[in-house]
Write a protein that binds this ligand. Structure first.
Ligand code: MN
Length: 232
């Protein structure tokens, strides 16, 4: 181990079902606009808008059961329930036919978004980092190993705020499949073990306030629950 001139930051990790060992997070990639109904609710045309890639810092991970302090510099914090893919094997220029062999497992996630800042960035042609890559913005439930659950292609995905359902769709409605996303991402970046990929949200996104309890779930992959609390 090298010596460090300041305390070394802790490596972010995610719980794995049926295992005391944890999944170490390398990078967090995200896909935008991967469900046609959500593309339409954001004012786009799903036939003309290819899914887009963006990223969050690895330490934006928010564990199941953890509180989310309402982030500063927004008055329109939104939830986005998403299927998350956890990679166990990296690579570049991955063949879509071999892509699922790179997957360690799957989880349900919540891609929290400062929607007001995202709208501003879109209008002004600016980057999305302040809208998407803020502290605690990447909620994720326990990772279910593909060795146990296989590679789900059809499963209900839903989200509720204070017990009232806000989103419901099926991961079968994704425009780009998990295999296609991995293959395409690997043409832009060299993927690595520990990478997480948030695969996009269905329609029904909306705001949350301090005090709200947000639960996202995917059939067969459990849930991720977070309470929004006032920023201390
Ligand atoms: Mn998203």
């Amino acid at each position: 181990m090298p010596a460090y001139v300041i305390p070394a930051p802790a490596a972010p990790t995610v719980a794995v079902t049926g295992d005391l060992a944890r999944f170490p997070v390398h990078r967090i990639y995200c896909v935008g606009q991967n469900y046609a109904a959500h593309v339409r609710e954001m004012g786009g045309d799903p036939d003309r808008t290819p899914p887009i890639f963006f990223a969050k810092p690895a330490d934006a991970i928010l564990a199941d059961g953890a509180d989310l302090p309402y982030p500063p510099r927004t008055s329109n914090l939104h939830y986005e329930a998403e299927l998350v893919v956890a990679l166990g094997v990296g690579g570049r220029d991955i063949d879509p036919r071999a892509a699922l062999g790179h997957v360690y497992g799957y989880a349900v996630g919540n891609d929290y978004t400062r929607r007001d800042l995202q709208s501003e960035a879109r209008q002004q042609g600016r980057p999305w980092d302040t809208a998407k890559g803020f502290d605690h913005s990447a909620a994720i439930g326990a990772i279910h190993p593909a060795a146990a659950v296989g590679h789900p292609t059809r499963a209900q995905i839903w989200l509720a705020v204070n017990g009232a359902e806000r989103q419901r769709s099926d991961i079968a409605d994704m425009i780009w499949s998990v295999a296609a996303i991995i293959a395409e991402l690997s043409r832009f970046w060299t993927l690595a073990p520990g990478d997480l990929i948030y695969t996009g949200t269905p329609s029904g996104v909306g705001p949350v306030q301090a005090g709200d309890v947000v639960v996202a779930g995917i059939e067969g992959l459990g849930t991720v629950t977070n309470r929004i609390v006032a920023l201390a």
